[in-house]
Design a protein around this ligand. Sequence first.
Ligand SMILES: [Zn+2]
Length: 138
Amino acid sequence: MEPNEPEKAKVKTFDKCPLCSLKEWIIKHFGLDETIPEGKGFFADIVKRMKENGLAKEGWDFCYDQRTGPVANEQMLKTLPTGAQVPSYFFKTDICSDCGCIYVTKLEEGTAQKKPQIVLPTNIPANRAERRRMERNN
Ligand SMILES: [Zn+2]
C-alpha cells in the first residue's frame, strides 16, 4: 500500500503540549502566581537549535516516533484487488520538555492504494561457481 496522496490528505499540526496548554489556561484563567510552562517539544527544540547552528537544513524535521499505514487489517488487504484504495493514517509525536507528555505533532488522514505485488522466485538455480562450491563442500 502506498499511503497519503497529498491532494486527498487532511492534515492537523500541533505545536505545543496539550497538558502545558491546559496549565497555561488554568494559570491565566484563575490568575495564579505560577510560571507558565513553554510546552515545547524536546526533538523540535533540538532541531531548531541545529538549524540555528547550521547543522540541519530548513524543512528538515525530527520527531520521537512516526507511523503510517492503511486503516485495514491484513485479511482485508489480501482480498483487495491491485489499485484499490483504502483510508490511511500518518502521525508524528514529540515529548514535552516541560512535563514529559508524549503528544502528537502532526496527524494526517489520506488514502492508500494497493500496488502490484512483486513475487521473487524462491528456488533460484545456483550458478556454476556456487554449484562447484557446493560440490567441494559435500
Ligand atoms: Zn507539557
